[in-house]
Design a protein. Structure first.
Length: 260
């Protein structure tokens, strides 16, 4: 690192610690950041990107979450492989907030109000169980880009639920990941296992990418992350809602389907 880069890094580290009141976890975060930026083999990302990639905590968690085995998910009709939607159609359909040319995550209550139907009723009846709306956002983007989503069966239940439009919305990241691979084929970029938990490889994968982003957690249950993963749109290396690559219990896989 050159002189100006070193000074900027020191300032960023100090500002982060000040904002976090020098908690033990924030000091550990900054030691992690220092190691990352001093390693010349790591990709050249900004401090803000580093925080977004590795330090943000997921907010849409649920207690007593059912752990989904993707191998047991079936479809109520054959899934015919198709071309991915365009980025323009996906970004128009994807639920989000827009301010001053920037996109922000649409809050969970607004997502369910937008979708309506039995999904809204279920959310109002049990907002904790339905607190993670990322797959609903992703489903909305696909559905209104012309992609049909069938019913996803799982055991005696389903991993889809209908909105007021009568369309099927996927309920969790594991099921969304399964549908994406079945519908569009393997992702353009993929990390699994140890690679999906390697900060250097994760940053290299995310940097500059634009498309559909799906991360699946290794341990979604109460002893782990308390959520199955995350579905989002990634735009030039930055997800609208966040990347969340360091859940408790680790990451099983990260996939990005590039959109043009």
């Amino acid at each position: 690192m050159q002189g100006d880069e070193q000074r900027n890094l020191v300032n960023n580290l100090g500002d982060y610690l000040d904002a976090k009141n020098y908690t033990v976890s924030s000091v550990e975060d900054m030691l992690f950041a220092l190691d990352f930026f001093q390693d010349v083999n790591n990709p050249n990302i900004t401090f803000e990107q580093f925080v977004s990639y590795f330090l943000e905590e997921y907010q849409e968690t649920s207690t007593d979450l059912e752990v989904i085995d993707p191998d047991l998910i079936t479809f109520d009709e054959p899934v015919v492989q198709a071309s991915l939607p365009s980025f323009n159609s996906m970004i128009l359909a994807f639920p989000k907030l827009t301010q001053n040319g920037y996109y922000y995550q649409m809050p969970t209550p607004q997502v369910y109000n937008l979708v309506g139907g039995s999904l809204l009723n279920s959310y109002l009846a049990d907002p904790d169980l339905y607190g993670n709306a990322c797959s609903i956002r992703g489903s909305r983007g696909l559905l209104y880009s012309g992609i049909h989503i069938p019913v996803l069966n799982y055991g005696n239940g389903q991993r889809t639920q209908k909105g007021a439009d009568g369309k099927n919305y996927i309920l969790d990241a594991v099921s969304f990941d399964k549908f994406m691979v079945s519908k569009f084929g393997e992702a353009t970029h993929k990390l699994t296992g140890a690679d999906a938990n390697n900060p250097t490889k994760v940053a290299e994968m995310l940097k500059g990418k634009t498309g559909i982003y799906v991360i699946v957690n290794s341990n979604p249950g109460n002893s782990g992350a308390n959520y199955s993963g995350h579905v989002d749109l990634i735009i030039n290396g930055q997800c609208i809602g966040g990347e969340y690559t360091t859940p408790r219990g680790g990451v099983k896989s990260i996939r990005i389907w590039i959109l043009n």
